[in-house]
Design a protein around this ligand. Sequence first.
Ligand code: C5P
Length: 217
Amino acid sequence: MRFLITAGPTREPLDPVRYLSNRSSGKMGYAIAEASLEAGHEVVLISGPVGINRPRGAAVIPISTSDEMFDAVHQQARNCDILVMCAAVADYKPAKVSKSKIKKRDGNLSFDLIPTRDILASLPKNRKYIVVGFAAETENVETNALEKLREKNCDIVVANDVSRADSGMESDENEVTILFRGGEIKKISRAPKKIVARELIKIFANVCEKRLTKKIA
Ligand code: C5P
């Protein structure tokens, strides 16, 4: 199967030397890319700036901003069977990007932020590929993730509690709840991201296979 995976943070520039970003390390997305390759799948990895080696055998498309990720996903999605949106895309970006470095002055400084385009929500409703979204939540994890699944028209949402220091963002371990469009819920208990990724890949490929056999039957 052909996996299209996004990973890492995006950077939204304020001026030539500053940007808004988040704590995403890219570890989960890269572990999913490695696990997909290990299972014999084809992988295209759209990656924000991270400090991890490229997975051997993956076609890597480096991006920086949410707009670059938006374009790359739209270009690549038509050639995939499963899109895994693991990246922590910024929800807001500065309304204006200053061409020159913003000078330090006395007093407070404020910026207007505008919403970025939601990549998941922008995907065509009628599509051949499976779409997996990720939900990093600090409270009401399942309720918020279910809302995300419906609002963003995903087939699957993988939710994790990022309020815990021992799993989720930056950590080497994760514990996830998987919500399916049909209402089913599965859990993967705390384990190294590599192990969680292997389990996730099996689940995604299974859903994809079921969809393909349904179409042929
Ligand atoms: O709304 P929230 O950012 O919590 O949603 C997370 C999910 O949505 C992730 O799968 C992320 O990759 C995706 N996302 C997106 N476009 C955005 C922001 C998030 O596709 N602008």
